[in-house]
Design a protein around this ligand. Structure first.
Ligand SMILES: Nc1nc2c([nH]c(=O)n2[C@H]2C[C@H](O)[C@@H](COP(=O)(O)OP(=O)(O)OP(=O)(O)O)O2)c(=O)[nH]1
Length: 269
């Protein structure tokens, strides 16, 4: 196991975890990635994978399959789900807000076709154009004024269905921590023989690890990425963070208690 990080402090005390799933469909045959444009609720106006809360008594994989289907129309089997890692997102705004423990999967086969739901509007992006976080945002198929009107508008053009017609992922319109791990994940997918390559802002020592854990402490701030005015969000402003790659994810208990409480030795990036 190896660590790449900005310095991060141990949480002063154990916080509750709130579990979510996040699924990213990959159409490798057509070099494209499916994301959803969030039409309502938490994260409205941002692009993200498909996912949501894990219900009581539901397994992580069952929740991932259910949320993917509810939000995109795509239906996967358990054997189609490829586990990629875990996001541990923590706000330092207070001591009680739970850590968001988000289990990340990719899928590269499914039944059905993507549909617009009341929560998400799916859009395809080029995989090969999205391998760096600095990839240019699309200008042609995303209307930046669409955060509240996308349900009925033509803000997203879903018809650019050619091998070369998809834009790069608009990382500037995703949750900001996605800019760190998602390009690395896509790089490892697009070239599985090579280790996930370092980005300018992240030093990766053991990129060959199969899974990642991205632990971020958000310091809060005005999020102007999506709305023109911007609004204060405790889930904005990446502070300390660490990105680990490992061949085995910690077990559930360790993930919930030991990992966050006792971070591994730190390395400055
Ligand atoms: N990459 C990333 N994903 C995030 C962040 N915060 C966050 O909630 N997510 C993901 C986790 C979930 O996949 C999704 C939020 O799920 P949700 O609130 O829509 O959950 P849900 O569908 O169960 O909600 P609902 O139907 O009950 O409203 O966004 C973040 O900072 N970064």
């Amino acid at each position: 196991m190896a660590t790449t990080t900005d310095a991060i402090s141990p949480s002063p005390r154990i916080k509750q975890h709130k579990q979510y799933t996040l699924v990213i469909p990959l159409d490798l045959h057509h070099d494209r990635v499916l994301l959803g444009y969030k039409l309502r609720g938490f994260g409205q106006g941002k692009f993200n994978g498909f996912g949501g809360k894990i219900e009581p008594n539901e397994t992580v994989i069952a929740a991932a399959i259910r949320e993917l289907h509810e939000e995109s129309g795509l239906l996967c089997k358990e054997s189609d789900m490829i586990r990629r890692g875990v996001l541990l997102l923590e706000t330092v705004a207070d001591e009680v807000s739970p850590i968001l423990e988000i289990h990340v999967f990719t899928v590269d086969r499914w039944d059905g076709t993507e549909i617009v739901t009341d929560e998400m509007k799916p859009a395809w992006f080029s995989l090969s154009k999205s391998l760096t976080p600095t990839a240019e945002p699309p200008t042609s198929n995303v209307d930046s004024s669409s955060s509240t009107t996308a349900t009925t508008s033509t803000a997203l053009d879903l018809t650019a269905d050619t091998d070369t017609g998809h834009p790069a992922i608009p990382y500037h319109r995703m949750w900001e921590e996605s800019r760190i791990w998602l390009p690395l994940l896509l790089r490892s997918v697009s070239n599985p023989d090579a280790s996930a390559l370092p980005t300018p802002s992240v030093t990766v020592e053991n990129a060959g690890g199969k899974y990642f854990i991205h632990h971020v402490q958000f310091v809060g701030g005005t999020d102007s990425d999506v709305t023109a005015d911007g609004e204060y969000s405790v889930w904005h402003g990446m502070g300390n963070r660490r990105l680990d790659f490992m061949d085995e994810l910690p077990g559930d208990w360790e993930l919930r208690h030991s990992y966050v409480r006792n971070p591994m030795p730190l390395q400055k990036s």
